[in-house]
Design a protein around this ligand. Structure first.
Ligand SMILES: O=C(O)c1ccc[n+]([C@@H]2O[C@H](COP(=O)([O-])O)[C@@H](O)[C@H]2O)c1
Ligand SMILES: Cc1cc2nc[nH]c2cc1C
Length: 350
């Protein structure tokens, strides 16, 4: 059943250490104090390792947005009803959401996938990969079957591989799914061995009473399902999120295609945790864009040893942090390509 996932996992190479060293050397030779461009230098080196190119470029960009609904929304854990998932998906398809604005600004193509929205989406631009009409309520049992969890990951893998074939230089991912901070918190607690209190936040903006209830719901979902933290498929099937599985696949597919993959918020971070658990080599391909307001996000970054470039108090999830960060990444790539070295500028420091 895991054939495609195992095959893709086996294609994930080590980064090109030689290219990273050469990029580091060139960065140090540019007309600035060594290291003075901070995280912009780190990102260029990382991209050199991923692509094998000491002057990496991020010309062709695609953002893959995964959408699905959640049975646990029935517990009243979100500030808004499940219908908002479908409503926002139409908004993405019509160009009116925050992610559309940022994709236009960063010249990034947007693709919207339906992996499990409660209703069918009637729009020519939707990529219909429906696996199930919403997950089952995780307080009563698993969100989905193992084979549905695998299908969600495979959907993301194929999406990323298709982008790679079309010449993408960088892939970013994000999501839409009302109530998805509940399953994400459960997965984050299980996979980072943190307490539920450590990782649960206010998601779409819930009040204190709902916040207290949400913590109890997350605890109950973990107790009822009790997944093996080492087994990403079991964790995903038990605690859910078809869009989370989709993003896990995008991350695996990007890494296997030697493409950098830009992560967005908390839910996306959970997908990255699941992908790293399938193959720890994935980590070298991850670009963490921003730190979300959700308290679990920073814990996920700590678990993976990643540090995001931006901290803008964002908590949207569509991929807004990721796509915004493309601008800084492009700037970083232009530094190593266009800046003069001390020698070129006529100053020999030796
Ligand atoms: O990306 C984040 O860190 C993030 C933090 C809070 C909320 N969200 C978005 O809000 C929705 C989930 O919030 P909730 O309260 O319904 O669980 C879902 O559509 C996410 O994209 C996203
Ligand atoms: C309006 C709205 C837009 C979103 N975009 C991503 N998650 C979202 C959640 C809500 C509630």
């Amino acid at each position: 059943m895991m054939k495609r996932i195992n095959e893709i996992s086996s294609q994930i190479d080590e980064p090109d250490i030689e290219a990273m060293k050469k990029a580091g050397k060139r960065l140090d030779s540019l007309t600035k104090p060594p290291g003075s461009l901070g995280k912009l230098e780190d990102i260029v080196q990382k991209l050199a390792g991923i692509t094998g190119n000491i002057k990496p470029a991020v010309k062709n960009r695609t953002h893959l947005l995964m959408a699905a609904d959640h049975g646990v929304a029935d517990e009243g854990v979100s500030a808004v009803p499940s219908e908002v998932t479908e409503f926002m998906v139409y908004n993405f398809l019509e160009g009116g959401a925050a992610i559309n604005v940022l994709c236009r600004q960063a010249e990034t193509e947007l693709k919207v996938f339906d992996l499990g929205i409660n209703n069918d989406i009637e729009h020519e631009d939707i990529i219909d990969r429906k696996i199930k009409y919403g997950t089952d309520n995780i307080v009563n049992g698993p969100a989905m079957s193992r084979s549905e969890a695998i299908s969600s990951i495979e959907t993301g893998i194929e999406a990323a591989c298709k982008c790679a074939e079309s010449g993408a230089d960088i892939i970013s991912t994000g999501e839409m799914g009302i109530a998805n901070t509940t399953p994400s918190s459960a997965i984050a607690a299980v996979m980072t061995s943190r307490s539920v209190e450590d990782v649960v936040g206010r998601g779409s903006g819930i009040d204190q009473k709902t916040f207290e209830k949400k913590k109890e719901i997350v605890k109950k979902a973990i107790k009822v399902n009790d997944p093996d933290p080492q087994n990403s498929i079991e964790v995903l099937a038990d605690l859910g999120g078809l869009e989370i599985g989709g993003m896990t696949g995008v991350i695996l597919g990007s890494a296997a295609s030697s493409l950098p993959v830009l992560l967005d918020g908390f839910i996306c971070g959970v997908a990255a945790l699941l992908a790293c658990n399938i193959n720890s080599g994935v980590k070298d391909y991850l670009i963490p864009s921003h730190k979300s307001v959700e308290p679990g996000h920073v814990k996920i970054y700590q678990e993976m040893g990643l540090e995001p470039m931006l901290d803008l108090d964002m908590r949207l999830g569509e991929g807004t942090g990721a796509v915004l960060n493309i601008n800084q990444i492009e700037a970083a790539c232009r530094m190593i390509d266009e800046m003069a070295t001390f020698a070129e500028a006529g100053m020999d420091l030796d």
